[in-house]
Design a protein around this ligand. Structure first.
Ligand SMILES: Cc1cc2nc3c(=O)[nH]c(=O)nc-3n(C[C@H](O)[C@H](O)[C@H](O)COP(=O)(O)O)c2cc1C
Length: 355
């Protein structure tokens, strides 16, 4: 885009038509410049040529679904297609990891401190120590991101169905007004709308044909969308997860897909609505993680996905259904550990300062 074209866009109203001749004259530009901007879909026009019609219709759909313009731009610009990272192929030995981090620090300076302390605090109150070793606490403590899975050991179906039901299943419904029903899940949801749907990519789960499914919480059923043999399903998983091959050894992925039209129906062009959708996915992921930890299964969550490719593969409407992130689950391979965070136990110390 030229500086002149940026000037044209800045001079236009978002909700009023301007005659092309007036725009050209006010910016001292030839009319052909404005027409070229229409052809390149930089501005909307009421003309009936295909490019103008497509753009106008897309704008109208964005508007009718309730997208906030900034969120729509962010969502479109942060979508990935065909991205392949180096995570799967690089050396994961501890020493290599330390060297990578040190190189990073030499370019970008020190990592800000791990514990944060406000020097302007008015006072400090010492809290009583509270035991954190009951069953529930143990599940929380045992939650971790798993990146090593047992090959050739299928996930028992009962575990998988518990994870799907416990995370994405409906624990109840409530009719808010005639025809308007909220579902209740084990995780909270902004506005009580639960816009996120689960799309499992099954690679190796006992009794399930490998392939892409949609989980239907109303009936606790899996709707098969595409049958894909186990090995190609793993290759697909690695590709959709931008080459994170360690995650492709899991038994199943579960993609989180937000029904933007349901969520934004209530929060129309709301500046916080998109953020709330992302936060919903994080809550569901934590529940998924904890259910896996309770059964000593390995789980993960990743936002580094080729979301545009997932959307196409699932034939989603990209304006109404936004692919957000993916969880995964499988049987842990305890013999390998190098890809894991291995923290030392820690309890608050009276003398601890931010460092
Ligand atoms: C939003 C989000 C995105 C993440 N994306 C990735 C990812 O792309 N690849 C990966 O290996 N781990 C990913 N993780 C896992 C984190 O690296 C992991 O949670 C962190 O290292 C702490 O380890 P822990 O989960 O075992 O406590 C992600 C976690 C979150 C919450």
């Amino acid at each position: 885009m030229s500086a002149d074209e940026v000037g044209v866009i800045a001079s236009l109203s978002a909700d009023r038509w301007h005659p092309v001749a007036d725009v050209a004259e006010s910016r001292a530009l030839p009319i052909a410049t404005i027409h070229s901007m229409v052809d390149r879909q930089l501005v909307c026009s009421d003309g009936d040529d295909p490019a103008a019609t497509r753009l106008r219709e897309a704008e109208a759909r964005l508007e009718s679904i309730g997208w906030h313009p900034h969120a729509a731009v962010y969502h479109a610009l942060s979508g990935w297609q065909g991205v392949s990272g180096e995570e799967g192929s690089r050396c994961h030995a501890a020493i290599a990891q330390v060297e990578r981090l040190q190189r990073h620090a030499s370019s970008h300076g020190r990592l800000p401190s791990h514990f944060h302390r406000r020097d302007d605090a008015l006072d400090r109150v010492r809290l009583p120590p509270e035991p954190f070793d009951d069953d529930f606490a143990r599940v929380l403590r045992n939650r971790r991101t798993t990146r090593h899975f047992r090959k050739g050991v299928p996930l028992p179906l009962a575990h998988f169905t518990r994870l799907l039901h416990g995370t994405f299943g409906a624990m109840g419904t409530e009719t808010l007004a005639p025809g308007m029903v909220a579902i209740r899940r084990t995780s909270p949801s902004g506005g009580g709308l639960h816009p996120i749907e689960a799309y499992p990519l099954v690679m190796d789960v006992e009794g399930l044909q490998p392939g892409f499914y949609h989980y239907e919480p109303a009936t606790h059923m899996l709707a098969l969308l595409e049958s894909i043999p186990s090995n190609p399903a793993r290759e697909l998983a690695a590709t959709l997860l931008i080459g994170q091959t360690y995650f492709a050894q899991a038994s199943a992925l579960v993609f989180h897909v937000a029904r933007i039209d349901r969520h934004h129906w209530k929060y129309r062009r709301h500046p916080k609505a998109y953020k709330a959708v992302l936060l919903d996915s994080g809550h569901l992921s934590q529940t998924f993680h904890l259910l896996a930890a309770e059964r000593a299964l390995g789980a993960f969550y990743t936002a580094a996905i080729n979301d545009v490719d997932v959307s196409r593969r699932l034939h989603l409407d990209p304006l109404r259904e936004a692919v957000i992130a993916a969880n995964g689950v499988g049987v842990i391979d305890h013999r390998q550990n190098e890809l894991h965070l291995n923290p030392e136990p820690y309890a608050p110390r009276p003398d601890a300062l931010a460092c």
